[in-house]
Design a protein around this ligand. Sequence first.
Ligand SMILES: [Zn+2]
Length: 296
Amino acid sequence: MKSGYIYVLTHPSDPNLYKIGVTTRNPKVRLAQHNSDPTQLTGRIVKETGHKWELKEFHEVEDPYWAENAFWSATPFADMPFRGGVEVETMTWEQVQLGIESAKKAGIRSKQGSMPDHIYAYTSCLRRSLQGRGITFSGYVKSIVSGRNNFSCANGHQWRTRAQEVIGGKGCPECGLGEMTSQDVMQMMGAGVICLLTHPEKSEFINVGVAYKSIDEIFGKQFFHPWLIHRYRNIDDVALAESLIWELLGKPLPHNKDPIEIDLNVAEDAFRKLIYSMTEEIAFEERRLESLGRRE
Ligand SMILES: [Zn+2]
């Protein structure tokens, strides 16, 4: 298990509005994500008000999920049902301080979510592909292409199929609820492609290119002209991949994403680590949600 941080964000629009989060990454990197990702509640608040979240404080904790659990247990919100893991709440500064004190003392829980990271990552991918489609599923996704999960639609039909079919846009086989084109599912999820780019005349520089499109839609079309696609990865979360690749390249966002001077081998190595790093990050978030869901 990795140690990490619990952090407190405040928002200028309301002195009693707080976002409490945990991360194994640099809290400043998480702050940048919260301010820029419109698929998250924090990002939508930025978009609506024109004001960014600020990092009020952060503390190192041994077991981030457990610390977060301890935070909410020390507040009056502990009795509320699982709130989707959003954790943006109106509370007083005294309540926040009580929660933080409790989180700092939380220590390590004996038992952790024990499944491998990739199962959490597949499960998260399926859940994200089902937003707003009126379809739910049970259990974990052990594999995207083989193995089946139980699904049910809002009209009460139940069926069993491969996660890949549903992520690809298939709806309820009986009433068609949740049927979408695979492009629309990709767009809704913020999926696409991330590319390591090289320049035909500046061999010492690389750049990162992202597109909310499939590789077929951009390959061979000089999409990043004059930059050339040197490596690419299909990814189901472009915003997360972009944030992580810059971190792996040693230049965490936010910045203006200018080309960087770096040995191509080093950049290729960062690209090789990207999928692993994404899986790890998504699994962290999944375990966190699971831990909050089981809060008693
Ligand atoms: Zn149905």
